[in-house]
Design a protein around this ligand. Structure first.
Ligand code: CO
Length: 431
């Protein structure tokens, strides 16, 4: 699988809603049938289905031919740090119109300055029956956040503090421009009065590009975590079905703000889906718990590659690089779920598939980040391992990673979904 396929996925996923919709389209094209949480489910063994929550999180699954004895799951996130649009254009002084925005997640603010931006997300539209949500992406260079000239802030290159309210409000146009509401109404071909509410975020307009002397790198917005979201989905779609193990793909929104929402990794979304499937498939209480114990989950989110200009920031021994293969992430404080059991099983699967693996750990004096798995584990007690792609400039407006790693990760996920994992006893697996 080429890096171009991932770059197309990223370009077509300017918001979490678009990412989930795109995953849904790919799943439907591969024969997965849509289910709704608000309707009764009828499912057949051997078939694939998917369900969304809040339009921004999605869980897809392929049922085994027989009663499930375990689940092979992957989880990635659909959101990335950005700015949420609070209000339509406001007058700044006599001449300028700006959108009012607030930060979403922890981004490197300076990287959002002086580049073309636009808005994407969903709009709630009034209909004859009530209201319905429509995805919207204004596919044009619409906004920019101009930096203040160095002449007016001579210290800008020294520890500058970017205040989100002061520095980061995007310029929308000049007084007299059409309102954002009107642009959205025109795009959606509805009356302005029909727009009831929106969830809109800013997105950089830079197209994903391949770079490096031999094209060994690529650069794009939202590589964290659409790189993993794409690779896990590719893995599921390219894997064959199983006799005894169900295959589950989770895409969660709101990881960048702590996952504590109705559709985040801390929500009941995954346990609700597994519980419903157990009901549909006639699994009794013992069988449900046996299946959870016999499961494994890949918590897929990117890790920090050694930075070429700051090599000392990486741990001296556990260093990961672009195109070095799938990253397995360790944290003694369990911010990552990886342990010897789960890492060992995952490495054995990768070795069999011919996929290189590299190991990441933070420096002992760096706390490091957190991700999905350790939070998801509070809802569903399943053995997990934290993995991802090595990347640079995490949480910048555009990020950089290795061109070969998306393929490595997709192949690792496919091999994982195809493995015949059986937990023989606590601490003992056959693969
Ligand atoms: Co992430």
């Amino acid at each position: 699988m080429s890096v171009q396929a991932l770059m197309d996925f990223i370009e077509n996923s300017p918001s979490p809603y678009h990412a989930a919709a795109q995953a849904a389209r790919r799943l439907e094209a591969a024969g997965f049938a849509p289910l709704a949480e608000c309707r009764r489910w009828e499912v057949e063994p051997g078939r694939g289905y998917y369900v969304t929550r809040n339009q921004s999180s999605l869980i897809a699954f392929r049922l085994p031919a027989g009663k499930p004895e375990g689940w092979l799951l992957t989880a990635a996130h659909s959101d990335s740090p950005t700015f949420a649009v609070k209000n339509d254009a406001l007058e700044g002084d006599d001449r300028y119109l700006r959108l009012a925005v607030e930060g979403y997640g922890g981004m490197n603010r300076a990287t959002w300055l002086d580049r073309p931006l636009t808005v994407a997300g969903r709009v709630l539209v009034r209909t004859a029956e009530g209201a319905e949500s429509r995805l919207v992406y204004l596919d044009r260079d619409l906004l920019t956040i101009p930096s203040l000239a160095i002449h007016m802030q001579r210290d800008v290159n020294k520890n500058h503090d970017y205040n989100p309210q002061k520095d980061m409000q995007p310029l929308y146009g000049l007084t007299g421009s059409r309102s954002l509401t009107r642009l959205l109404a025109e795009e959606l071909k509805v009356e302005q009065q029909a727009l009831l509410a929106w969830d809109l975020v800013l997105c950089p307009r830079q197209k994903p590009v391949v770079l490096g002397a031999e094209g060994e790198l690529f650069q794009a917005p939202r590589i964290d975590d659409l790189g993993c979201a794409w690779a896990c989905l590719e893995g599921l779609l390219s894997a064959g079905g199983q006799e005894k193990l169900g295959q589950v793909y989770c895409l969660f929104d709101n990881e960048e703000v702590g996952s504590g929402t109705r559709q985040g990794a801390l929500s009941t979304f995954l346990p609700d889906v597994l519980e419903r499937l157990a009901c549909c498939l006639g699994m009794d209480g013992q069988e449900r718990r046996m299946a959870l114990a016999g499961s494994m989950l890949l918590s897929a989110d990117n890790g920090h590659a050694v930075h070429p200009n700051f090599t000392e920031k990486a741990d001296p021994a556990n260093r990961v690089y672009p195109n070095g293969g799938v990253v397995v992430k360790y944290s003694a404080n369990q911010k990552y779920t990886t342990n010897a059991l789960t890492a060992g099983v995952f490495k054995a699967i990768c070795r069999r598939a011919g996929v290189p693996v590299q190991t990441f750990a933070n420096r002992a004096d760096e706390p490091g980040g957190s991700t999905l798995g350790n939070l998801l584990g509070q809802q569903v007690s399943i053995p997990m391992v934290d993995i991802g792609m090595a990347q640079l400039a995490m949480h910048a407006a555009v990020e950089t990673a290795g061109s070969r790693d998306p393929d490595y990760l997709a192949r690792a996920c496919a091999a994982f979904y195809e493995c015949r994992l059986v937990q023989r006893e606590d601490g003992k697996y056959s693969l």
